[in-house]
Design a protein around this ligand. Sequence first.
Ligand code: FAD
Length: 432
Amino acid sequence: MDSIIQRIFDVAVIGAGPAGIAAALAAAETGASVALIDDNPAPGGQIWRGGRNASHHLEARRWLERLSKSRVTLIGGTRVFYAHSGALEAESDHSLWQLLYGKLILATGARELFLPFPGWTMPNVFGAGGLQALVKSGLPVKGKHVVIAGTGPLLLAVAAYLCERGADVLCICEQAPFARLRAFTLGMASYPGKLVETAQLRFRSRRAPYLTSAWPVAALGQDRLQAVRISDNGRLREIECEYLACGFHLVPNLELARALDCRVVDGFVGVNELQETSQPGVYCAGEPTGIGGVELSIVEGQIAGHAAAGRVSSAKRLLTTRARSRRAVKAMKKAFALRPELAALATPDTLLCRCEDVSFEAAQKHATWRAAKLHSRCGMGPCQGRVCGAAAEFLFGWTMDSSRPPIFPARCSSLAAISTPASPAQGHGGSQ
Ligand SMILES: Cc1cc2nc3c(=O)[nH]c(=O)nc-3n(C[C@H](O)[C@H](O)[C@H](O)COP(=O)(O)OP(=O)(O)OC[C@H]3O[C@@H](n4cnc5c(N)ncnc54)[C@H](O)[C@@H]3O)c2cc1C
């Protein structure tokens, strides 16, 4: 039987990426007791993965250093699988955590969007950020031939990272057309910091040709990837490679917000000026409120943290910075919008749901996500639709409008021990 750990905090923050770290530190400044929970062993989220010792990024080191010196209680290697008003249930390897909170901040980040095309489930076809994460965890790529494809600035970040680790990045296939990217670059003149950052990434990945209006059409090979067929400005060609890293932008992790009945607007958690959701006392920051990159995640986290701890004037001082970041993000969204051709890559027998082996054709027969789930088991496997659900939204225009607990697979003993305590009184003292 697992041990059960029960604690009470003034503020609980789920997700120790940039948004969650900034939120936890802002809230802790007031003397509030703050828990920061993340399923990774070390804080940092996707971009600062691996914690302070693994990060070469100056800003990352600064934030992680501050966190290590703060009074924030970091609960790492622990995944929240159930949330109800005033309480969270989370699992680590050998413990069930039952956490009562006064205020909650959701900073659960985003995941990559995978789009199905023939061969996309073949070994050695990865998500772009997924391959980067594997390399950060020790996968050697020196001398490996890699094609990077999809859309958005993440492709450049991944290319730069892999080039520096000795990979031979054969090309970066960006689906957006050149004209859109040129307009975007010109429009970014008022954000010199972003332009410099992009130029640096491109310089670090300069050996890899950057193709626009290019995307993968098929991954080819017997039992593992041997080549990728790409459409390059309307012409098909094949490139031999060992790894294909594909990312068609990011989708927000909304499961906890949905489980708490927070209002979702156009696919993102709706928040007010102070990052508070439609549920009083529940705040949200970072990618779940809009895919905006690290700067926006940090400022939203700070606003949420100050507001949750009752320091509204400190939160309000950051509104101008947030507005500026949001404008830059809007321009980026337009530039990297997915083209309709990407919805036509799958053939009838291409898998859509790889957990339950549901083909594109079998899912397409249905009118809604719910009907497809009930009749084909699409989205009913271990990932609970995190991969195929987002793809189906793009392919068929469906919405995944509900999230049923547990939002992650959990041990039977944890499910049996779930408590439904009343929300603790606001403003109670420290942890116990
Ligand atoms: C795979 C991937 C790679 C990326 N690589 C780069 C890059 O190289 N450069 C770049 O500029 N941007 C990158 N990004 C984008 C970058 O993640 C964001 O710009 C930024 O990190 C967002 O910060 P955040 O705090 O909102 O979310 P995140 O950094 O995603 O942090 C969210 C955290 O919450 C945790 N979490 C979620 N749900 C739960 C739960 N139920 N219980 C416990 N913990 C939970 C997650 O594990 C994660 O650690 C990447 C994104 C992804 C998805």
